[in-house]
Design a protein around this ligand. Structure first.
Ligand code: NAD
Length: 283
């Protein structure tokens, strides 16, 4: 696999973060989005990320300029033709992703690896849109991409050993630690994390302790850097609820029942930081 040229589709929060770490690792990046405005926002976020490092003294201005110059932007897929690996990081919508992946598999070289950064859609289902689905895989980054060390590498039913090996080698090249996971709802980290958050909401709902005490309990008692309720506010309560609903539906096991208080909060528009109110107030 030609690891020196990476294509990224979607220049949002995740796509721009992935572009930043790839450019920092010395790779050439083609970043694609639907509009120049979206690309400009992505590049501005990347430049701000590098700028913080320059201010801290961990990156020189010359190195920053060199890294930024490795990222080319475009609104069409032709710029992805030379990529050895292309990562789809567009909006979380099944129909949209299927359309992008079909188009990608017609554009990129037949041996190129095609990956998706989806956090909830089945990798096996997405693979069906790709010609030669054995070259398709999930590469699930964590937010914020430049700071988080992990990527989950998710094999769909059709994914080949060679593709899994290439995806893991790619993750290491950009300084991430890959864990290999079989396709399943929520993969591994969200499968463990999100039910824990849901349980914290149950505990709050039962009045066992205040939100502050629940979070302090998990921070001081388990050494977690952030409490589960504060983390729910950061992720977005609507997202937490959506993931629990996927688990409940896909596994059919009552242990994944979303906490009634979580549903209430979402119905009330208390979504966490993004709506300025969740388990805590951010006014
Ligand atoms: P975002 O809304 O910040 O960015 C999505 C980008 O996709 C936008 O810039 C949008 O213009 C672009 N886009 C939409 N349609 C497109 C198309 N046809 N072609 C090219 N670009 C298109 O979303 P995000 O948070 O960056 O999430 C992107 C993906 O990463 C989703 O699949 C999400 O589930 C996944 N993910 C998100 C997180 C997170 O914490 N935000 C974590 C892990 C994975």
């Amino acid at each position: 696999m030609n690891l020196t040229h990476v294509g990224i589709v979607g220049a949002g929060q995740m796509g721009s973060g992935i572009a930043q770490v790839c450019a920092a690792a010395g790779l050439d990046v083609s970043l694609v989005d639907v509009s120049d405005a979206a690309l400009d926002r992505g590049i501005a976020a990347i430049a701000a990320g590098f700028e913080r490092q320059v201010k801290k003294g961990t990156l020189s201005a010359d190195a920053q300029a060199a890294m930024l110059s490795r990222i080319r932007t475009a609104t069409d897929h032709r710029s992805l033709e030379g990529s050895g690996i292309v990562i789809e990081a567009a909006t979380e919508n099944l129909e949209l992703k299927l359309r992008i992946l079909k188009q990608l598999s017609e554009t990129v070289a037949p041996h190129a690896v095609i990956a998706s950064n989806t956090s909830s859609i089945s990798i096996t289902q997405l693979a069906a849109a790709v010609t030669a689905p054995e070259r398709f895989i999930g590469i699930h980054f964590f937010n914020p991409v430049p700071l988080m060390g992990l990527v989950e590498v998710i094999r769909g039913l059709q994914t080949s050993d060679a593709t899994a090996a290439s995806a893991q080698a790619f993750a290491k090249t950009i300084g991430k630690t890959p864990v290999l996971v079989r396709n399943s709802p929520g993969f591994v980290v969200n499968r463990i994390l999100v039910p824990m958050i849901n349980e914290a909401v149950m505990v709050l709902q039962e009045g066992l302790a205040t939100a502050e005490d629940i979070d302090n309990g998990m921070k001081l008692g388990c050494n977690h850097p952030i409490g589960p309720l504060a983390l729910a506010d950061l992720i977005g309560l609507d997202t937490v609820l959506a993931i629990m609903q996927v688990f409940a539906e896909e596994f059919g096991d009552p242990k994944y029942r979303p906490a009634p208080l979580l549903k209430e909060m979402v119905c009330a528009g208390r979504l966490g930081r993004k709506s300025k109110r969740g388990f805590y107030s951010y006014e």
